[in-house]
Write a protein that binds this ligand. Structure first.
Ligand code: C2O
Ligand code: CU
Length: 518
């Protein structure tokens, strides 16, 4: 087990801090600028697993005469049934054929392919579609600088040039991400590269997508957006791929779960009820060099983890989320779901199981980031709802990076609350304290969770795509935090132009970016 993961497991396993005297608790809550409402000590949801897990369809695509793989995605309003007999208004993505009324189809592409996605906004308001974890030119990234007006089309096209990974897509409009994701907009984006084919890999059979989201429902069955913890909006019911109270039939001895935390704020501490171990094989942006056995896994919003679980015939282990501790005062931890016990999903193994995939001892993954030429070292401070003392400003470029260079970023969470940190357009590796190279066993990441007071050092390879006028984002991925401004912007430019590149964007630029692709 890796240093970081075991330290985390330790951290999360520590007993909760002793409860504070009531006065202190009140004072703490009182000085939060956020609209924090009193939250119960913990939510407990014990399920009977009566609904078969929905599996998002694989998106249809065609290959045009230039060899470009073309997908269609349209975002629209609809409805779906989560609770028996209750219709909930939703937003979702459809590829034209598949539209479940919630989430979107899984896009699947192979390294080296040229891909175009024709996105249509059928919603009553502006949206964007961000390809979370994708390495692509900034103007196709789908962040707040690529708004798609209601009724309009957006057609990003790029070449898939990164290793196999489980990515995802979601809206990223300025200040509106939490609300649009809550209504149902999100989907998976799988990248294949032909490696690690020994692993279970039959989509929805022994390689099962697991999109975790929490929701509360109001008395009319609508998603409730009331009651925020300091980390954001929490729900008391967990949907897996939009299924409440789910089970998944298992027909093989080994099943791979590709887990995405697509919740807006909830941090999951994943474990099996019988405490069985599982093998972690991949993190956000690629495979580990070798599988890591573990029993607990912390996953914050936007992070992904791929695990393989061994099953014997007839076994029915329950996958759940258990309490965590991230150095936050007890009342705030309770409010943020840190004491919740939530059943997520039951695996239901048949009475005879096929052999299926294996767990190889070594996995194929990119070679680690070398640190012999570090172009820049930066310190990123997360505190309150700010990054380095600033809130997001669409016209301010906070950092300019040389195309194709490697940088070392020290990210410090000096706040007494957890935050997580995501960088667009890159994959990074963690350099343990005191070490001079990344530890590859800590995985390829694009989003990392930091407990209150924690710091991490990230080795980051920046993309080759230069564009001094279109920024990528880096931000806290607790979606309410990013919406209220816990976000900053960087551009990638010719390494000789880092000093001279613009630090401000004029407001016209956004209008241009919205309408044109070059
Ligand atoms: Cu998942 Cu800025 O994005
Ligand atoms: Cu945050």
């Amino acid at each position: 087990m890796s240093a970081r993961i075991s330290r985390r497991a330790l951290l999360a396993g520590l007993a909760a801090l002793p409860a504070l005297p009531a006065l202190t608790a009140l004072t703490l809550v009182g000085c939060e600028v956020d609209r924090t409402t009193a939250a119960p000590l913990s939510t407990v949801d014990t399920l009977d697993f009566s609904n078969r897990l929905r599996i998002p369809a694989l998106a249809e695509s065609t290959v045009d005469h230039d060899g470009v793989r073309v997908f269609h995605l349209s975002a629209s309003e609809g409805s779906a049934e989560f609770l028996p007999g209750v219709s909930t208004p939703t937003w979702s993505y459809s590829d034209g054929r598949y539209g479940a009324g919630f989430l979107g189809p899984t896009l699947r592409v192979t390294r080296g392919e040229q891909v175009r996605v024709i996105v249509k906004n059928r919603l009553p308001e502006i949206t964007t579609v961000h390809w979370h974890g994708m390495h692509l030119p900034a103007r196709y990234d789908g962040g707040p600088h690529q708004p798609i007006a209601s009724g309009e089309l957006w057609e990003p096209e790029w070449k898939i040039d990164q290793q196999a990974a489980t990515l995802w897509y979601h809206p990223h409009p300025h200040g509106e991400t939490e609300g649009q994701v809550t209504r149902g907009l999100a989907g998976l984006f799988y990248l294949d590269d032909g490696t690690n084919r020994d692993l279970p890999h039959q989509y929805g059979i022994d390689d099962v997508p697991i999109i975790l989201q929490d929701r509360s429902f109001d008395s009319r069955g609508r998603f409730s957006q009331r009651g925020r913890a300091v980390t954001g909006l929490l729900g008391d019911k967990i949907l897996v791929n939009g299924t409440y109270n789910p089970y998944v039939p298992v027909t093989t001895r080994r099943v791979r779960l590709r887990i995405l935390n697509a919740s807006t704020a909830r941090i999951y501490h994943l474990a099996f009820a019988d405490d069985r171990d599982f093998a972690l094989i991949a993190t956000d942006s690629g495979f580990l060099p070798s599988p890591v056995g573990m029993r607990r896994l912390l996953l914050s919003p936007a992070e992904r983890a791929e695990i393989v679980v061994n099953l014997r015939p007839g076994e029915q282990p329950v996958f759940r989320s258990i309490p965590w501790n991230l150095n936050m005062m007890a009342p705030l931890t309770n409010g943020a779901g840190g004491n919740d016990h939530l059943d997520l999903l039951q695996l239901q193994a048949g009475n005879s199981l096929a052999e299926g995939g294996r767990i190889p001892e070594r996995l194929k993954t990119s070679s680690p980031i070398a640190l012999d030429h570090v172009a820049a070292r930066r310190t990123i401070q997360l505190d309150g709802r700010e990054i380095n003392g600033h809130q997001m400003e669409m016209s301010r470029i906070d950092a300019v990076v040389g195309a194709g260079t490697t940088e070392l970023w020290t990210v410090r969470n000096t706040h007494n609350q957890p935050h997580n940190f995501h960088v667009h357009g890159v994959a990074f590796q963690t350099v343990p304290a005191g070490a001079s190279t990344p530890d590859p066993q800590l995985g390829w990441k694009d989003t990392v969770l930091l407990a209150g007071g924690e710091a991490v050092q990230l080795a980051i390879n920046f993309p080759p795509y230069q564009d001094p006028l279109t920024p990528y984002m880096y931000h806290c991925h607790l979606m309410w935090h990013e919406d209220v401004g816990m976000m900053a912007q960087f551009t990638v430019v010719d390494p000789d132009q880092v000093e001279s590149a613009p630090r401000t964007l004029d407001s016209d630029h956004d209008h241009m970016a919205a309408g044109h692709d070059h």
